[in-house]
Design a protein around this ligand. Sequence first.
Ligand SMILES: [Zn+2]
Length: 424
Amino acid sequence: MAQRRGAVEDLVVTQPHGIPSCRFCSARLDRVFVDLGVTPLANRNLRPDEVAGETKYPLICRVCPSCLLVQADDSVPPGEIFSDYQYFSSYSDSWVAHARRYCDAMMERFSLGPASLVVEIASNDGYLLQHFVARDVPVLGVEPAANVAAAARAKGIPTENAFFGVGTARRLAASGRKADLMVANNVLAHAPATRDFVGGFAELLAAEGVATFEFPHLLNLIEEVQFDTIYHEHFFYLSFLCVERMMAAAGLRVFDVEELPTHGGSLRLFVCRAAARHRDSGRPEAMRVRERAHGLDSLAGHEGFAAKVAETRRLFLDYLADARRAGRKVAAYGAAAKGNTFLNVCGIAYPQIEAVYDRSTEKQGRLTPGSHIPILAPDRIEELRPDDVVILPWNLADEIVRSLPRVRAWGGRFVVAVPRPRFL
Ligand SMILES: [Zn+2]
């Protein structure tokens, strides 16, 4: 999930007056998309002894006045981000199922077999490539976190421990390996050196190879007020129009696009070399038309988001005040980046929410950043018996509700906060 910091320090030129430059086109980023205040790193759940020294950084997104790329300010010093890596994708059942369906679809559509090579960028612990391995398709993972790459290798997934970009791609290609399928799920937005990152695909793809890129769709972020998907490690908030421009700059062509329900609404782009034979499905043009209809081809179409965020925040704080006045015990589920951004932007702290439950044993026993709410194992929910459980990762709400059948037995409610509070 994480393409870690590569050459970002070289690319983001902070100008003397503090206004950064676009990571894609270098224009001066003088237009703010949304300013979410000063928040701690959303993936950094704390040990109790770390609370006193917690650091916060500005969380500001800008929209490029020239190419319209929405991007977060680079406000965190290098080395701070990702130093304590706690995320393993395999922990979500629905995400593993998503990966299996993807594997089946790609095997069939592109006739992959024992002579093919599938390369996944930011391959994590092999949650996706394992499905290709099981069907005898050779794979290679590229994963920048050493501990995560080691976990993948232990599961029998060949994995290169490296940052991806032109340099890594050339090195792999030089050993005679060209990819028939390259997979980039939720990594494009995390690779700040975007020209170098996308350029790597052009280096490593076989002549008729296909790369797929999945990313949360900016259109849904705006329409559904998904401001909680914004955090420091998430550099880009992407439209089809912007990504197509990034691909074209690297000599790549988008020939198909699908809409997916993951992460509150994602796009999957199918990309090949500009001269490859893959036929355009017609769906790219439909997507261009739709994004233009929503104003994503203009600065004006990116205005007004901050006001929507303020309204979502106000509605949730009203709900929470009412619930507590009525004597209800409120807990939450999911100590991930999304929930932590939400809690911090809303200014909520323990004991307004008394506990956050999470399956990850690495998070249990820690406190959420900024809000300092204890993170507990889900089976401890019986101890508190909360009246309301706020599901912070709203994209996994159904799975989470099913996993906690006892809550309804004692009359508890499930609450989702974005874009406005509602009970499930
Ligand atoms: Zn730009």
